[in-house]
Write a protein that binds this ligand. Structure first.
Ligand SMILES: [Zn+2]
Length: 133
């Protein structure tokens, strides 16, 4: 048994499981079917459009962690950022440790080397403190 598509007017064979099928299976006609269905729905239900917005709002308030999950589902972006941040943190940490390790020997060294010359000693000490940040 064939039917006539309501969109393109061509004869088509309805799907056995969908005997009431009114549109052929071409993507264009299926899109048209959905469009008409929504149009019809809007005409009969004046709240339809409001419901749409309300549902999204409700859904978002039910899912406050939406953006967290979004980042979890799309790990590439967040992962890259986290790695960059960790690399930055590690670099800063390493620098700080290196400077703190360096500081006593630097001070001792300059004090020994510049004994009898307080001016130089002070400026070396100041440099050491600047290094420490
Ligand atoms: Zn069609």
């Amino acid at each position: 048994m064939t039917k006539q598509c309501k969109a393109c007017g061509n004869d088509f064979q309805p799907h056995p499981k969908v005997p009431d099928q009114e549109y052929c299976s071409s993507p264009m006609c299926q899109r048209e079917r959905r469009r008409r269905w929504q149009q019809e729905k809007r005409r009969h239900d004046s709240d339809y459009r409001d419901n749409d917005a309300r549902q999204i709002k409700d859904w978002l308030s039910d899912n406050p962690d939406y953006w967290q999950r979004y980042r979890k589902i799309n790990p590439g972006y967040a992962e890259r950022n986290r790695n960059l941040q960790q690399a930055r943190n590690k670099k800063q940490r390493d620098q700080r440790i290196a400077n703190e390790d360096e500081l006593p020997s630097l001070t001792t060294l300059s004090t020994q080397r510049n004994r009898g010359s307080p001016g130089n000693s002070r400026s070396t000490l100041r440099t050491a403190h600047q290094l420490r940040g």
